[in-house]
Design a protein around this ligand. Sequence first.
Ligand SMILES: Nc1ncnc2c1ncn2[C@@H]1O[C@H](COP(=O)(O)OP(=O)(O)OP(=O)(O)O)[C@@H](O)[C@H]1O
Ligand SMILES: [Mg+2]
Length: 328
Amino acid sequence: MSTRKQSVPPARIPSAGVGEGREIWAVGSGKGGTGKTFLSSNIGITLAKMGKKVILMDADLGCANLHTGLGMSLVSGTLSDFLTGRVNTLDGVVVDTPYPNLRLISGAHDFLEVANPTFSRKEALLSALKRLDFDYLVFDLGAGTHYNTLDFFLAADKSILMVMPEPTAVENAYRFIKSAYFRYLKRVSTTLNIRRLVEEGMDLKNDRGIRTVHELLEMIGASDPEMGRRLREALLSMRPHLVVNQVRSLEDVTLGFAMRSSVEKYFGMRMDYVGYIEYDDVVWKSARQRRPVVAEYPYSSPARCVDRVVRNLMAGTQLDLEAVMGKR
Ligand SMILES: Nc1ncnc2c1ncn2[C@@H]1O[C@H](COP(=O)(O)OP(=O)(O)OP(=O)(O)O)[C@@H](O)[C@H]1O
Ligand SMILES: [Mg+2]
């Protein structure tokens, strides 16, 4: 393996890099129904109420419903028009919403197989998105680990993983993190020219006995310390943010701290626990009224929880275990 210095790969894939204080946020989860659409729309309105220019993008290819929660009917120009190449600009795809400062890119209505964009089309989309006028662009992703979903998750400056305090949701959240991590690892390894080694290491039948990402990094570091260091450094830049939704007890709240520790232990990856959202009937009430909670019930517990999540994301801060336990 060559020891020649190579440039450190970009932190995101494909790199969002909007810069100048502008940010892309993405909300994803392993399991369906964890509250991604609820959080995305309420994050969007919270930021818009702060005076930020916000665009919400429904990236749930095939099952788009973000417009419904905002009280809007089906719009004609959608993301699938761009992704399938029917149109080549986002003009007419970004529409105003009933909320000041908040615009929407409505989702694809084609099923995933139809709307399934090539990697270069996704890159074209990100370039077109970067040219739009916004302070915050928020992606509402579909559930699961399809590579399209992972690519949008990894393309964000801040990616948010939603989980509910239920065993299947927790299991799927770990699966999501693992899939995103491996997708990232593959891309980074291509840039660093070590894809063959990484693929061998990730192959369950590999005869080098590599079982974990740690072992893989150690193996690469042993044969090329500089490459090992660069790979570790690149992987460290993947830093998801965790939100636990539908909490009903202090134990549910502490799930986020436990997950944060596990992710650090198994992947050597930092994950910020930026907040939890209490289970509350106002969420379904507002869904029936087609008005997001922060607009309809701004003083409710979920609205205050969303506000804390947004402030933590903006400030780069997270929940403090001691402070949470002090409430007991
Ligand atoms: N904190 C909460 N309290 C009560 N109900 C909630 C809460 N969060 C979400 N819900 C309800 O859970 C359901 C799923 O929410 P939502 O549609 O936002 O999930 P999703 O992750 O976007 O689902 P999908 O994977 O299908 O896109 C909705 O009926 C919503 O009203
Ligand atoms: Mg949804």
